[in-house]
Write a protein that binds this ligand. Sequence first.
Ligand code: NAD
Ligand code: IPM
Ligand code: MN
Length: 357
Amino acid sequence: MAHRIAVIAGDGIGQEVMPEGLRVLKAAAQRFAIDLEFTTFDFGNCDYYLEHGKMMPDDWFEQLKDFDALFYGAVGWPEKVPDHISLWGSLIQFRRCFDQYVNLRPCKLMPGIKSPLAGRQPGDIDFYVVRENTEGEYSSIGGKMFEGTEREVVIQETVMSRTGVDRVLKYAFDLAKTRPRKKLTSATKSNGISITMPYWDERVQEMAKQYPDIDVDKFHIDILTANFVLHPDWFDVVVGSNLFGDILSDLGPACTGTIGIAPSANINPEGKFPSLFEPVHGSAPDIAGKGIANPIGQIWSGAMMLEHLGYKEAGDAMVSAIEAILAEGDSSVLTGDIGGQGTTRTLGEAIAKRLGE
Ligand code: NAD
Ligand code: IPM
Ligand code: MN
């Protein structure tokens, strides 16, 4: 039976990297005899908002809930729509309403890519950021008072529920169990944030009792960011709150040379709702329309989607194809962020051909 995939390209370079993501997915599907059926939706972008006054139709949940997965580009065009409106009207709704409480973001230094960190080789940087994805600092609880006056007050609460914290920690511990180093690092800030972050630490300690074979450590987020740069080889699975995970999952890929290759899986582990696969990067208005965006973040997200759907071998083959093209290092194929003169298309095409297109 066909796996039904909803495709939403979004804004800016989302529109440019999505065709390459689909092209490579189709090549992999052909090679491994996987039946994928793609349905494209033209909502969830800022032009839709300008036309309709909202980012998505009122029945978006009904339209999308029965898909097997969502394949997403990037959203946001601050000159057209303020970011908090476009993102809270699309991506953040998906994560919350489809209960995609894990945001899994691999950071891996790939062959052929030069890390900005001196002397780092492939193998030195290879870890996962596991980001809590439905609560934490991204809460809708708060408000404004005395707006527009000198007494103006704005408040936004951080939300940590026991269920919400424990379930993402469990995912991270389980992931660490599958890794050779069996190491888990928790991102905290319990020295300065005196209620929610000590609570996070307590839950980590509690959960650790059930995983005696996992080596657990924690760092405050300030020194953790420093250690990402100074000692990226220390990390294996790094778990953090929504905001800390967001920051770490741009910093980690930057240490691997470019955020243009970083993928992510927004997962509802129970499979009650579709999971969503998207690059870590945004819509990059500064390079949009030029055809030079790196499509690997989108393609690798497609690989994570295939693995999620049960096709690990096909997902691995996609990642191997990416690695092979990067290792070849043909600068006429590679995009500018990784030192080439190629385009979104030349890079997507090379990876698709590697898979037998
Ligand atoms: P961004 O990730 O869009 O861009 C940051 C920088 O990285 C830019 O210089 C950009 O050119 C570069 N870059 C990003 N992706 C690249 C790629 N594939 N290849 C080469 N270079 C790449 O972040 P931003 O500038 O903070 O945000 C721009 C818009 O995207 C905003 O509206 C923001 O809210 C939105 N955004 C959306 C998502 C998402 O949809 N998941 C993620 C991040 C930001
Ligand atoms: C990401 C993005 C989003 C986030 C923004 C665009 C709301 O930065 O997916 O990392 O903060 O989660
Ligand atoms: Mn981010």
